[in-house]
Design a protein around this ligand. Structure first.
Ligand code: PMP
Length: 402
């Protein structure tokens, strides 16, 4: 008998499974709207010019390949936190923000989850929005936290269920953790307004909850990194000691380089040093230290004025292409194809994804009849649409709905 005879087969990953079905489909009209990776208007992956130039700049210094320290490249974490918290951030200026380089956003959430699992002093319970990115639940469960939900999305309005959100946060036990998508909520594309963020901040304070921000899309929502950091910076200004997971996968197109950061606002530099010492104790037995190349690229862009400028314009370009696809899709669905139903949400939603409102039956029909692949919940990656396929997509959706 094999040692592993009793290992049960696990279910396939819901998102990566779509890519497999897409690859196996031989129809030339096929479209993959499952995976959340940016594509240019030719449907091709896009390597940013700022990234190419950063790589040239790095190569020209003929750098070594020595190990990084346990918490990564110090200049990188300094510049990454500066990007998120802003140059005026009081705790950042005071040297009170503990930070570590991580394996992209996922690694940041996991290191943060593990730290909270070990040291969070009150309820080791984390509240996630319904729905949330599918990996949040396993990440936090594996980190040793109890996962619960708060209402977020209203199917009827295809918008934010703000009343439900407030009620559920109000009813959370005092001293629990609440996960907030900083911008471009995945999968719904629905974000609170600045006024709603202010109410959420008050509520979180009143209930003594701990805000954990997941910021995987800074710059990708509006095209502007400052605008997209509004919620994070507002909470910090209000005196919240936030935790923050950052990813450079989307906004720098560094998906496979795995570059991100986890940070925590501490009360003072002495407390920050204690927190960082524990982050090191979490990282060391897990993967010892993070990879070098992506952090060097991100840091070169963040530290160099010209590269930073070019990057900012490229982030804007990516965000604007997505926004233009939203407008086109809305017009095609309504004016051109007279699709039954209300489609305003296609334009009002923000970021990489749109929750179309298509049902599991309709998404199944789209895959089988039109070779169009998306998650069963009707989420599409807007970045998968382009001038060459958007009309076919709109026409197919229209048929599926009629
Ligand atoms: N959080 C959210 C909400 C995401 O959508 C993603 C990417 N799909 C991540 C975190 C992490 O991605 P990565 O590990 O590639 O940075």
């Amino acid at each position: 008998l094999s040692t592993w005879a009793n290992v049960p087969a696990g279910p396939p990953d819901p998102i990566l499974g779509i890519t497999e079905a897409f690859k196996a489909d031989k129809d030339p009209r096929k479209i993959n709207l499952g995976v959340g990776a940016y594509r240019d208007d030719q449907g091709k992956p896009y390597v940013l010019n700022a990234v190419k130039k950063a790589e040239d700049l790095i190569a020209s210094t003929n750098p070594d390949k020595e190990y990084l320290g346990i918490i990564g490249l110090p200049e990188f974490t300094k510049n990454a936190t500066l990007l998120a918290y802003g140059a005026d951030s009081v705790p950042l200026k005071a040297g009170s923000v503990a930070a570590t380089q991580t394996l992209s956003g996922t690694g940041a959430l996991r290191i943060g989850g593990t730290f909270l699992g070990r040291f969070f002093p009150t309820a080791k319970v984390i509240y996630l929005p319904t729905p949330s990115w599918g990996n949040h639940t396993p990440i936090f469960r594996d980190s040793g936290l109890e996962v619960r939900q708060y209402r977020y999305f209203d199917k009827k309005t295809v918008g934010l269920d703000f009343a439900g959100l407030k009620e559920d946060i109000q009813n959370a036990p005092e001293g629990a953790i609440v996960l907030l998508h900083a911008c471009a909520h995945n999968p719904t594309g629905v974000d609170p307004t600045p006024a709603q963020w202010k109410e959420i901040s008050d509520l979180v304070k009143e209930k003594k909850l701990f805000p954990f921000f997941d910021m995987a899309y800074q710059g990708f929502a509006s095209g502007n990194t400052t605008k997209d950091a509004f919620a994070v910076r507002y909470f910090v200004e209000q005196g919240h000691q936030i935790a923050l997971a950052q990813s450079f996968a989307k906004n720098m197109g560094l998906y496979g380089e795995r570059v991100g950061a986890f940070s925590l606002v501490a009360a003072n530099p002495e407390e920050k040093a204690r927190v960082e010492s524990q982050l090191k104790i979490i990282v060391r037995p897990m993967y010892s230290n993070p990879p070098l190349h992506g952090a060097r690229i991100a840091n070169a862009i963040l530290a160099n004025k010209d590269l930073y400028k070019e990057w900012e314009s490229e982030v804007e370009l990516m965000a604007n292409r997505i926004i233009s696809m939203r407008d086109r899709l809305h017009d095609l669905l309504t004016s051109t194809h007279n699709t039954p139903g209300e489609w305003g949400h296609i334009k009002s939603q923000i970021g990489m994804f749109s929750f179309t409102g298509l049902t599991p039956t309709q998404t199944k029909a789209l895959a089988e009849k039109a070779h169009i692949y998306m998650t069963a919940d009707g989420r599409i990656s807007m970045a998968g649409l382009n001038g060459g396929n958007i009309n076919y997509f709109a026409e197919s959706v229209s048929k599926a709905v009629k």
